[in-house]
Design a protein around this ligand. Structure first.
Ligand code: GDP
Ligand code: IMO
Ligand code: MG
Length: 428
């Protein structure tokens, strides 16, 4: 059976959690393929809110096997706390599977993340300070520890000593910090963490291939978004992994021939947390409207998100980078009450017009948006479940976006709840 990928098309927080949960109803396996607990996915089911960071968003269904793939970086303490929290609320996490090849976030990664940010001063990236960048850096430096090392204490200790022999010098000599103690870390990770996680540690590559071979539906859940991608995003204001669809292959061990559906999760406007260029950013009362009505505060860090108009240049690039086959448009209801809406259809700089993402980032930093204006609507969309119930202006907005994106928009979100959506293709 083919696999489906859910990918964020902007700078994260597009509503991937809600839509992964929605699409997961018809899936058997949901696998996270990159990132770590820098992700914050909010699901609202029967009025109950779940904030998820590491466990795949399909976890709320009993029939789903949630899998954390090899491309994810895992802080075992956070994963255990999240599983305990879910179980305390009646969500069974016993079927959760964790790749032995996933890398561990160690206590020094979290400390280094904060130190790097402080060191950068005004040039800081605005990371989530979860240790994500340093953990992926150690993976690339080949001094990382993996989940499977938790199951082999002598190997764990040897690798930890090797990593600390390097990292403690950095802590002391670059940042003037006290060195970390290997024994303290080993006690915490090999004690409680290893025992608790051991039943979940699995060869997830084999699990996923056996699932696909036996006709099961596999959903690959991206965290972050296309423009936070380490290779394709607005570098250096990016995360340290590959949220784009290619990351789904490397982060799970499932090749591209298995993927036949890529859902691009796209907010009806744009948000960004942290530093970096943002061509359509708003600094006026419309921006405030989007923050307040959209509840645009980080699920994870509580930071106010920056907001702006829909950006078709980004979207065209996201379609190319991810082979998107359908778009899920989220948070359309947040635009309720705005008299006029703008959509950025191109960028302009020094008389040159860019319909596609400029190759040189200096252009992106200086480009100004070229807008098309559309009518807004005053109707409350939060109870709309069919496209025939949409006010004409809302239907026109969706149709305008669909035409510009060049890929069908299918699900359209009109509220945070699991049932607050409509199928735009149903009317077509
Ligand atoms: P993710 O990181 O992509 O999963 O997105 P977040 O969960 O960080 O942020 C999206 C926020 O919007 C969450 O609070 C969701 O509950 C909420 N949300 C998702 N879809 C919709 C929608 O269609 N309308 C509204 N009003 N809220 C939504
Ligand atoms: P979800 O999955 C939005 C941003 C951070 C920062 C940059 C690098 O909820 O969409 P990192 O801690 O990853 O090194 O920070 O990436 N960032 C996110 N922004 N949503 C996310 O995840 C994010 N994960 C990281 O704000 O700008
Ligand atoms: Mg989020």
């Amino acid at each position: 059976m083919p696999a489906t990928v859910v990918v964020g098309t902007q700078w994260g927080d597009e509503g991937k959690g809600k839509f992964t949960d929605l699409v997961a109803a018809e899936m058997d396996v949901v696998v996270r393929y990159q990132g770590g607990h820098n992700a914050g996915h909010t699901l609202v089911v029967s009025g109950e809110t779940f904030k998820i960071q590491l466990v795949p968003s399909g976890v709320l269904y009993e029939h789903i096997t949630p899998v954390i793939g090899n491309g994810v970086v895992v802080d075992p303490r956070v994963l255990i706390a999240e599983m305990d929290g879910l179980e305390a609320r009646g969500v069974d996490c016993s079927s959760m599977r964790l790749s032995g090849n996933a890398h561990l976030i160690m206590p020094y990664h979290t400390e280094l993340d904060a130190l790097h940010e402080r060191h950068l001063g005004k040039a800081k990236l605005g990371t989530t300070k979860r240790g994500i960048g340093p953990a992926y850096a150690d993976k690339s430096m080949r001094i990382g520890l993996r989940v499977q090392d938790l199951l082999d204490p002598p190997i764990f200790r040897a690798k930890l000593e090797a990593a600390l022999s390097h990292t403690n010098k950095v802590l002391a000599k670059v940042f003037n910090r006290l060195p970390m103690n290997a024994e303290d870390i080993a006690r915490e990770y090999l004690g409680g963490c290893a025992e608790r996680l051991a039943p979940h540690v699995t060869d997830t590559v084999t699990l996923l291939h056996e699932a696909l071979e036996s006709g099961q539906q596999v959903l690959m859940e991206g965290a972050q978004g296309t423009f936070l991608d380490l290779d394709h995003g607005t570098y250096p204001f990016v995360t340290s992994s590959n949220p784009v669809v290619g990351g789904a292959c490397t982060g799970t061990g499932v090749g591209p021939r298995h993927i036949d559906r890529v859902i691009g999760i796209t907010k009806a406007y744009v948000t960004r947390v942290g530093s970096g260029p943002f061509v359509t950013e708003l600094f006026d009362e419309v921006g405030d409207h989007l923050v307040e009505v959209g509840g645009e505060f980080g699920t994870n860090t509580g930071r106010r998100r920056r907001t702006g108009w829909f950006d078709m240049v980004m979207m065209r690039q996201a379609v190319r980078l991810n082979s998107i086959t359908e778009v899920a448009l989220t948070k359309l209801d947040v635009l309720d009450g705005l008299e006029r809406l703008k959509v950025c259809v191109a960028y302009e700089l020094d008389g040159e017009r860019f319909e596609h993402m400029p190759y040189h980032q200096s252009v992106i930093h200086k480009a100004v948006p070229v807008y098309t204006e559309l009518e807004g609507w005053s109707t409350d969309l939060s109870g709309v479940t069919r496209s025939s119930q949409l006010p004409a202006a809302a239907a026109d907005y969706i149709a305008f976006l669909e035409e510009g994106i060049g890929v069908p928009i299918r699900l359209v979100g009109v509220g945070p709840g699991r049932s607050q959506y409509l199928d735009w293709q149903e009317a077509a």
